[in-house]
Design a protein around this ligand. Structure first.
Ligand code: ASP
Length: 439
């Protein structure tokens, strides 16, 4: 069996076992407790810890190598501007699509509000000035310990450019980072090899703890959001890729590992190692671009989250009978785009920043309690969309720079990710980074 087949089979088995355990929870409480809160919890927890363990060293080291490969500030400025521009544009389109679908279907109209719901405390919007200051780390180790991705990115960029400026005198430092990158990529491969077991345990536990009755009253909201996420993933991204002359089917097929990891972990951050691996080794995005776009995208680019926020806002407004006017929709588009930037790349974070959007348009934040119970499954789906969006941007930016390998039909994806860190970025030197060997 190929690696992909093993992963898909283990995910399917995890879902089936989870549903079976959920159904038999009353009859076999002992077995359930041993498996769900014992074995699956431990195995899934270890797998997640290993994935997260790789994130900070991988992002830091591969970004230093990437900056070294990029060479000058001008190239970086151009790549950075394209990346952030595409992130913002796709997110704004995503929330607009979500809102439009919600307006057509009008979920939540006629919904009977009954029962006690958990109390939701609205989240204060942090002052904008502090948000900017907080991008810059005061203490590298603190930033790493807290997994502050933007701060780590800033330090790695400064470090990488300083090493470039130091030229030959920093030669041994640069070589050290390239070799370290090799070692860390190998470690990532080890962890990815464990995926069939890890993903099985994560999914079995999630589905075993998911009570199905709660979905029934919210079926309208659930199906609308799930359908819109799927349509956005398949249609919108395909259109973007095609607009740039790239093969969308090939892209989706080769992004399946990050999508399945994102789905199973519901965390874009934990998926970073797998996304980087797929982009560099299977799609031919050079390290210099992937190492920058992927961690940045995991942190600030969340198209799936933006779609959820658009639909959830209309749903809750309908339930509480709040009329939204055109100006509100514009506010929702703007705020959901900003909120998705501020959403942490971890499970359920999108619901926390949703409070910001609801507060601004006068929709009761208590409404979040309604959708909280069924959010896990939707979170898994929107995280897969979030991660795919990062991949689309990385490919489009690399293509526009003339350095995209395999997906642009330029031979094999590079065989050695280190190769992409060795020279300043140029079409000839970088289009062959990564290899197709995975799965
Ligand atoms: N779980 C999502 C992610 O990590 C964030 C969200 O809750 O929307 O990408």
């Amino acid at each position: 069996m190929s690696f992909t087949q093993r992963i898909l089979l283990s995910m399917l088995a995890g879902i089936v076992v989870g549903i079976a355990l959920n159904a038999s929870a009353g009859a076999l409480p002992g077995v359930n407790a041993f498996l769900v809160d014992g074995l699956f919890y431990v195995v899934g927890g270890i797998f997640l810890a290993l994935l997260r363990l790789m994130v900070v060293p991988l992002v830091f080291v591969s970004l230093v190598c990437g900056v070294n490969a990029m060479g000058d500030l001008k190239t970086f400025g151009r790549v950075g501007a394209k990346t952030v521009g595409l992130f913002l544009a796709t997110t704004a389109v995503a929330v607009t699509v979500g809102l439009s679908m919600a307006l057509v279907v009008s979920p939540g109209a006629g919904f009977e509000l009954e029962g006690d719901f958990a109390e939701v405390v609205p989240r204060e919007m942090p002052p904008l000035a502090d948000t900017f200051i907080n991008i810059f780390p005061e203490n590298l180790f603190q930033a790493m310990a807290d997994g502050q991705m933007l701060q780590i990115i800033v330090f790695a960029l400064l470090f990488g450019f300083a090493a470039n400026l130091a030229g030959e005198r920093a030669g041994s430092v640069v070589r050290f980072f390239r070799d370290l990158n090799e070692v860390i990529l190998k470690m990532v491969m080890f962890v990815i090899e464990l995926a069939p077991i890890g993903l099985f345990a994560l999914l079995a536990r999630t589905f075993a703890s998911q009570g199905w009755e709660i979905f029934i009253p919210l079926a309208g909201y659930f199906l609308l959001l799930a359908g819109t996420l799927l349509a956005y993933l398949l249609v919108a991204y395909s259109l973007v890729l095609r607009a740039f002359g790239l093969n969308a089917l090939r892209f989706l097929a080769r992004m399946r590992a990050p999508m399945t990891f994102a789905f199973s972990t519901a965390s874009s951050a934990a998926t970073i190692p797998v996304t980087l691996n797929a982009l560099m080794r299977r799609l031919g995005v050079p390290n210099s671009i992937a190492s920058f776009t992927v961690p940045l995208g995991a942190t600030i680019n969340m198209d799936g989250t933006a779609i959820m926020q658009g639909i959830a806002t209309v749903f809750i407004a309908n339930v509480y009978g709040v009329d939204l006017v055109l100006a509100d929709f514009l506010v929702i588009i703007l705020l959901s785009t900003l909120a998705s930037i501020g959403t942490a790349a971890v499970p359920s974070a999108g619901l926390i920043t949703l409070t910001m959007v609801l507060t601004q348009v006068g929709v009761p934040v208590e409404g979040i309690a309604l959708i909280f119970g069924i959010d896990r499954l939707l979170d898994m789906m929107r995280t897969a969309v979030n991660v795919t969006g990062d991949g689309v941007t990385a490919c489009v930016v690399a293509h526009s720079e003339g350095v995209l390998g395999v997906l642009a039909g330029k031979g094999r994806a590079g065989t050695d990710p280190r190769g992409s860190g060795q020279r300043p970025m140029s079409p000839a030197s970088e289009s062959k980074s990564g290899s197709e060997s995975e799965s």
